[in-house]
Ligand binder design. Sequence first.
Ligand code: GLN
Length: 474
Amino acid sequence: MNLSDLTLRSFHDGLRGKKFSALEAVQEHFKAIRAKDPGIHAYLTLLEEDATGIAGQVDESLAKGDQLAPLAGAPLAIKDNFLIKGHQATAGSKILEGYTASYDAHVIEKLKSERAVFLGKTNLDEFAMGTSTENSAFGPTKNPHDLERVPGGSSGGSAAAVAGNLALAALGTDTGGSGRQPAALCGVVGFKPTYGAVSRSGIIALGSSLDQVGILAKTTEDVAMLFRAIAGHDPMDATSVAVRYDKDLIEPDIKSMRGLTIGVPKEYFIDGIAPDVREGMDTAMRQLKDLGFKFKEISLPHTKYAISVYYVILPAEASATLARFDGIRYAGRPELPNNFTAPRGAGFGPEPTRRIILGTFVLSAGYYDAYYKKAQEVRTLVKDDFVQAFKEVDVIFAPTAPSSAFKIGEKSDDPLKLYLEDAFTIPVNLAGIPAVSIPVRGRTGLPVGFQLIGRHFREADILGIGRIYEEAQK
Ligand code: GLN
């Protein structure tokens, strides 16, 4: 049995059935990481000592006959913008190089309480700004399907770790698509919960009205296992909501699911979509129809404004969240003459710098109404489109990204081209609703993902349909 090939579910079952030990699984993952990661560069830091220690404890509990939590011993990868106490957290930036986290993110605490195993911290675009992982200050990650191509971003390291069998599943973040788009480009499942479903405490903020945790996994069932473990209220994140997620997340009620109607927004099937993505969407729709799902054309008329709105609101928020990195607390460089601001100039790469300048501009007294306030108003229109659509349909179907994995360097000199990558994921963040990207099955060539978008707190609908889709392909 290849232990790095498993899903979270089959890992849990195999571990409980004593087919292998947690330690064996961890060791096999590190063997795979040493063999393959020099070529992929999914990881920035490995946590081998901690991982081995926890796995050993899980094995001891198992030997004693203790009940195991669903994620006990599961080898996971964590994006390097999550804090894990005692370990470096860089967010892909030079400004945080050498910074050690002094506490655990809320979701890390939750996973620790199940004794999940953290193999290491994964690469990302600097402060999660990007769609290709080329903006990392520590060099790009490569797509395991083709090492000359990008894995998507900004959770490119997490997506590549799962796709390359270097972790069973991973955490990322999703502010404008960073969990779903890299999943689509790497051929894995990528999930963004409802805004408020999961606490962001201890995750390095990018845009606080948009940020959510992302989950990258091999199946929607595995997504549900992880989601159930990390969802819930946390007093340290005022936006987090106490919603009870029922058992139907893990065991969807197949009969009631088949009656759901899937909307297809005409604004998402535009000329800019690459031929392989279009073909993938046709295939997935046909497969879903064969499974008995009904499709209906809908309209989300304000979709065309989403990118413009996002690139006003996000930089505005980022200019505020990044203000804390002041060179005294984080990148202390006493040799620089003005050690408050000079390390910011030296520490931030081009993309954060661009967004700080843009964000400061749109928030400035003379321009606030014209840009920031206007963008907030249009954001409401984008959100209302979904409210209207969900009166007619239960779930929305869309491509995740307009293209499959592109070549490293192909778009990196043109930020606008990269911004367009998120045309289909950003509206979901603006509206705060959940979505999952699922690989289209039965394809040859580069992976393509389709999105299922759901109503607020109806993660069960999109994950349930995903589950039916995946199981039909087995
Ligand atoms: N690609 C988008 C950006 O560059 C989204 C990033 C994200 O979701 N973290 O901002």
